[in-house]
Write a protein that binds this ligand. Structure first.
Ligand code: NDP
Length: 248
């Protein structure tokens, strides 16, 4: 049991916000949605037809389609009011070396990860401006700064969201709208499940904390960025990588 003066209570958000998490049906997005719901926010998540776990409000949305993004935002607005906190989490990989990567593989990943984040930020921007308050939280990656062989498309898209968040900060900061990037390292989700044991063991050797991350590790940082406590944090890239990316 905590009271209003305990550290746990003071870390809770003071205001319940209308939140949209793209790709919140599984993986990191789901952990973020659950955490923000636990923080007391009203949380909607997007899915692409798979449905969403019990207890969450789901809307169908493909972030590569502007009309689909618009429809999803409208549904969320009708259900819980204008989106005040956007978590642009939806993302894909399609790894191969530069010599084999087709232009289509490059643009498809950039379209989902970077242009998709742009579409959502653009759609969220209107209501945030009207409300003179907003939080845009983008899922980047340790490879957005460090680069990664075999991930030229993915790393480029994740580097791009940093420019997106920092430019939003400069454009909209005066209206109390912040934009930040959370940059995970190796997190245990479907995205990393396909990695071989060899790759995972090698990865651990380079991670000072010597373990892969959990979706909840990322959700905790998103929770802070969505809260009133982060009011003066914008344009930041916050690693959640067990120290893997130190120095970038
Ligand atoms: P998952 O592969 O587990 O989940 C990806 C999510 O994105 C799913 O909900 C998926 O929906 C959704 N999605 C993909 N494409 C689209 C689209 N076009 N429109 C709407 N939704 C889409 O990924 P993670 O949970 O691991 O990753 C979440 C985010 O974190 C991503 O941006 C990823 O790049 C980033 N990240 C992850 C790391 C990791 O180690 N796992 C490390 C660094 C960054 P659906 O279920 O319909 O496919």
């Amino acid at each position: 049991m905590t009271d209003a003066t305990s550290p746990a209570a003071s870390a809770r958000p003071t205001t319940s916000r209308s939140v949209l998490v793209t790709g919140g049906n599984r993986g990191i997005g789901l952990a973020v949605a659950r955490r923000l719901q636990g923080d007391g926010h009203q949380v909607a998540v997007t899915h692409r037809g798979s449905g969403v776990p019990d207890g969450l409000f789901g809307v169908v949305c493909d972030v590569t389609d502007t009309d689909s993004v618009d429809r999803a935002f409208k549904e969320v607005e009708d259900h819980q009011g204008p989106v005040e906190v956007l978590v642009a989490n939806a993302g894909i990989t399609d790894d191969t070396l530069l010599m084999r990567m087709t232009e289509d593989q490059f643009t498809t990943v950039v379209d989902a990860n970077l242009t998709g984040a742009f579409r959502c930020a653009k759609r969220a921007n209107r209501a945030m401006l009207r409300g003179r308050w907003g939080r845009m939280i983008f899922l980047g990656s340790v490879v957005g700064l460090a680069g990664q062989a075999g991930q030229i498309n993915y790393a480029s898209s994740k580097a791009g969201v940093i420019g997106l968040a920092r430019s939003v900060t400069r454009e909209l900061g005066s209206r109390s709208i912040t934009a930040n990037v959370v940059a995970p390292g190796f997190i245990e989700t479907d995205m990393t499940a396909e990695l071989s044991d060899d790759v995972r063991d090698t990865a651990k050797k380079f991670i000072p904390l010597q373990r892969l991350g959990r979706p909840e590790d990322v959700a905790a940082v998103v929770s802070f960025l969505a809260s009133d406590d982060s009011a003066y944090v914008s344009g930041a890239v916050i690693p959640v990588d067990g120290g893997l990316g130190m120095g970038h």
